[in-house]
Design a protein around this ligand. Structure first.
Ligand SMILES: [Fe+2]
Length: 306
């Protein structure tokens, strides 16, 4: 695959320091307003912006030829690009996000320990408690997994990412969402039609479902208002999820066990009808804020002023 990873994002929020404190608590390592994951290095930058939104998305490519191809395809679409020998960047005008593709080393991850489990007819763990209940170390997300944005022209934004940047479609929900990948993860980017551009959520990989639960419960201690939706399992992408709200109104998700597409020929993208099933296999009822942000009116008012 010419593109191989979602490398980093920059998000804009009106309340930088509050939001920075939240992501440090979420388990990212803080250096000023730059945050690192355990495996992915520096993957999040938070800057000031009048409304919450995705400012920049950086994607890793294998070599300069890949970058040249992205640049050519964007030019064919009539998109202005900035180039140097190892990178190209362009503004996706509908979402307002700048997208950078640059030559980067692939991400390598140490496999998580596979812990013994018990079930009907098999007993891998004998005479001992589950290691998962004994974990005490703070949650440290392994990497940035995906970002979800609302865009007022989903069709044009999709063309930019698919035909210009080179993302691939993994699944779609008719009229609602396109799940796209630039790596072997089921999705690294999801576009949603919305009346105004905004950042819906960012998603961060943890080792397993116990870390999803442990991470969310830690974030909710003394902060019940952070809860959005979880624990559940998505149907599209298969991952376990728990969504929390940051102080700017963006959601941040802990996830584990997402589908992986290592051979494009063997994955059949689905076109799913809009239904609750397309959203999740099981979990609590979907809160209205997952479908439409609580601050939509404010976001729209701000966009009209801008
Ligand atoms: Fe997600």
């Amino acid at each position: 695959m010419a593109l191989h990873r979602l490398s980093s994002i920059t998000i804009g929020v009106p309340n930088v320091e509050d939001t920075c404190r939240y992501y440090a608590e979420f388990g990212l390592s803080r250096n000023g307003a730059i945050f690192s994951t355990h495996d992915g290095g520096e993957q999040l930058r938070i800057i000031e912006s009048s409304t919450r939104r995705l400012i920049e998305l950086c994607i890793g490519a294998d070599d300069p030829d890949d970058v040249a191809r992205v640049s050519d395809r964007l030019s064919t679409l009539g998109v202005a690009v900035e180039r140097d020998a190892t990178s190209v960047s362009a503004l996706e005008i509908h979402s307002g996000a700048r997208v950078v593709v640059k030559v980067l080393a692939p991400l390598t991850q140490e496999p998580a320990a596979i812990e013994p489990t018990n079930g009907p007819g098999y007993t891998q763990r004998r005479n001992g408690r589950a290691p998962a209940i004994l974990r005490q170390e703070p949650i440290r997300p392994r990497k940035l997994g995906h970002v979800v944005i609302g865009t007022p022209d989903a069709e044009a934004s999709q063309r930019f990412f698919l035909e210009g940047i080179g993302f691939k479609i993994s699944d779609q929900v008719r009229g609602l969402a396109s799940f796209m990948r630039c790596s072997t993860d089921h999705h690294n980017l999801l576009l949603q039609p919305a009346p105004v551009a905004f950042l819906h959520h960012t998603s961060w990989q943890v080792d397993d479902v116990d870390e999803v639960g442990r991470g969310a419960m830690t974030m909710l201690e003394g902060h019940a208002e952070r809860h959005v939706w979880g624990l559940g399992r998505h149907f599209i992408g298969s991952n376990f999820f728990w969504y929390l709200r940051d102080p700017a109104g963006n959601f941040s998700e802990y996830y584990s066990d997402m589908d992986s597409i290592t051979d494009d020929q063997l994955w059949i993208p689905g076109m799913w009808e809009p239904s609750l099933r397309a959203l999740y296999a099981w979990g609590p009822d979907v809160p209205p804020s997952m479908l439409e942000p609580d601050d939509l009116a404010d976001l729209m008012a701000a966009s009209h002023q801008g």
